[in-house]
Design a protein around this ligand. Sequence first.
Ligand code: BES
Ligand code: ZN
Length: 613
Amino acid sequence: MTAHAADPHSYADTGKFVVRHVALDLSTDFEAHRLAGTAELTVEQVDPAADELVLDTRGLEISAVHLVEASGRERVLAFELAEPDPILGARLSIGFPHCCAATSQMRIRIAYRTSNEASALQWLEPSQTFGAKPYLYSQGQAIHTRSWIPLQDTPSVRVTYEARIRTPPGLVAVMSASRVEGTWPAGEHAFAMKQPIPPYLIALAVGDLRFQALGDRTGVWTEPSRLAAAAREFADLPRMLEAGEQMAGPYRWDRYDLLVMPRAFAFGGMENPRLSFISPSTVAGDRSLVAVIVHELAHSWSGNLVTNATWDDFWLNEGFTTYLEHRLVEELYGERRAQMESAIAYGELVRTIEDLEKAGRREDSALHLDLAGRDPDEGISDVAYQKGRWFVSFLEERFGRPAFDAFLRAYFDAHAFQSIDPPTFRAWLLAYLKRPGAPAAPAAEIDAWISQPGLPATMPKVATGVFEGVDMLASDWRAGRVATGALPVKDWIPMEWVRFLDQQPADLADDRLGELRSTFQLGADGNTEIALSWLELVIRTGYEPAYPDLERFLLNTGRWRLVETLFSELARTESGRALGERIYAKAKPGYHASIREAVERLLYPEPGRAASQ
Ligand code: BES
Ligand code: ZN
């Protein structure tokens, strides 16, 4: 493995030992909200003089550590769990007696249980699921895996894994791995992941789950009552996978399945390999929100195959993925839809950069961040996604599309199953640019994208003409030249709705808002993207009659982007903040731990807020 600068979000010292394989044997306790069992790590000794293996943990209770010798003989090892750091968790140091430190590969078995507040795990009450059954899922990204597995929790390390998961009878476990068929006792489920992955991609979900195939290597898992709707919504999955392979090279994970989650799921989607976890808010009934699926699928190349070495370069995962998403949407759903998504996302990026400037955080609008001492979740913004995407689009512009497609293939092939940092990326790109026929892209231009805040001089032109018609209608409607009932909404796709609503000013009168609301049944239900834009407008205008819808929406979803967008809109004014606090008090128990922290950062921006809430 290439040498990287140390990861500021891990205690691991990969110059001494590297974990290569993880074998889990865990039982799920839905009453106590704990996992308990063992993790056996296969560890390679890199430095022959090293006598201490350091792992990341958070909230784990460790009961014993054993060295398992090749003969099967076991030896007790001494260990020490340090005082926890609020961001990184607790360093676990395991000492090796001199006799044993010389073997190059060792198996270390750790017996432990998780905290009932493990940051990776969300235990849902039956009332939070579609079928009123208990549900558990894990979320590793960015640094949560350490709260359910003791290991080197840095994306600069890759591991294969296997797992034996014991669940209450009647529940099904799924993982980001292949299912190992066999005659296991009731309630036992076995898995193997043979491709090496960064630890944040180890993932587990347990619930009342069913599967339906969509083609030979794709399918969908979800609760029984949602299966038919999910299978209909994502019927394009085989086509998406083929288009992805055309663009980025062979799909190297064998299967691609989706797991459609309960509403509390913290993300639109999470790219767990072989099995993306997907928010049910994407099941719109008309396939209009499948860009999320395309995005998670694209991570099969950018992110899962070629991985950011540390969370300081989250843009290497998300920027490339957002670029691929855009290309695939264009290919599968047409240029018009792709242009609309670009135009909306660009508007959001410009606003994000302005907001960061206003907040005195201009430096956070660079692609490469220095997140040492900060929670890596603070680096999640449109900058990584959209500025990252426009950087890749800038390269495409320079190369021209066919040449750039060859570049992309070469990039994924050259770095497959490796982690990458900006110096490695930069050096590889600059070398590629020296090939005969390659375009000119001076290092200074590339560095401006990666290291400078704001948008660089080489920012491509974003076509916004695709919204001319809607923009005209928006101003005509506002001026009373077009009646509410005469708006041609039947022809609109959700993005046109979003644009129409986003164009409305903060001083739009209550009776006009009321007309929109009653004519088009705008509220907490229906298409999520339309509801989100409507509720943003409700907050912007202070339209009180719709506050109950806002509250219902925020109680009904745990999805980061929806929750974060609305609470940050609320946090813009004092009265909004007060309303936000009231809603948050009710919604908080249903949110994943990392979402709670994000909301608390918005509502209570002073340092130390999280501890006092
Ligand atoms: N990997 C991200 C989700 C994530 C980011 C988890 C940071 C933890 C920390 C995923 O691929 C993603 O970007 N999801 C988006 C949807 C996408 C279409 C932009 C989301 O959840 O909204
Ligand atoms: Zn992503």
